[in-house]
Structure formats: C-alpha cells, structure tokens
Design a protein around this ligand. Structure first.
Ligand SMILES: [Zn+2]
Length: 110
C-alpha cells in the first residue's frame, strides 16, 4: 500500500519521500532525500515506453469505444483521440517513467 501511494505521489521507490520530478517535465537526477540515482545509465528510460504505450491505450481506448458506440466518424474519433493523448501527455510522461523506475527497483534494487 505504501508503494502504491508513493507511485501515485511520484515519490522515490527507495525512501518513498523524495520527489522524482522537480517540475512538470523535469526529473531530479537523484532522490533529494536518499540519493538514489533515477537515471541509471544513458537510454535508461527507453523501457518506460512500454508503460507509456499501455497508459496511453488505457487513456484513449474508453474514448474510442464510446465514440464508436455513439456513431462518430473515424476522422472525428482520430482527432478527439489525439487531443485526449495531448491533454494526458504530462500524466503519461511522468507515470510511465515512475512505473519504469519502480519495476527496475523490483528487478534490480540498489
Ligand atoms: Zn529516495
């Protein structure tokens, strides 16, 4: 439960206190509380794309299904889906990276 709360609050996986993000799109290099290095190596966050894809799908799929059931055209579904993804971009960016960091800490804790 503590880990889930830390993920939701975008906190460090080791201490659950330090902020992973310094601003909306800028990450801290390391945890300001315990010093955990968030980006272990160059290209570390490429794996976060898997979470980004899954979260994007979770965000846009209900919209697509609802619009299909309501009989909207493919073009309007496409435009609305793009707008939803654009609006969710900060959320998707941040949570995909945080989930990647947490998964990496489970597999290879440091
Ligand atoms: Zn920490």
């Amino acid at each position: 439960m503590k880990k889930l709360l830390a993920i939701i609050r975008l906190r460090c996986p080791r201490c659950a206190t330090g902020h992973i993000f310094a601003s909306l799109f800028r990450m801290n290099r390391q945890c300001p509380v315990c010093g955990l290095e968030f980006e272990r190596e160059q290209g570390y966050f490429v794996g976060a794309m898997y979470f980004g894809y899954a979260l994007s799908l979770a965000a846009v799929l209900p919209v697509i299904v609802a619009m299909l059931l309501l009989g909207f055209s493919a073009a309007s579904i496409y435009i609305v889906s793009c707008l939803v993804l654009l609006a969710c971009a900060p959320f998707l960016f941040r949570y995909s990276r945080v989930l990647w960091i947490y998964l990496d800490q489970v597999i290879d804790p440091r």
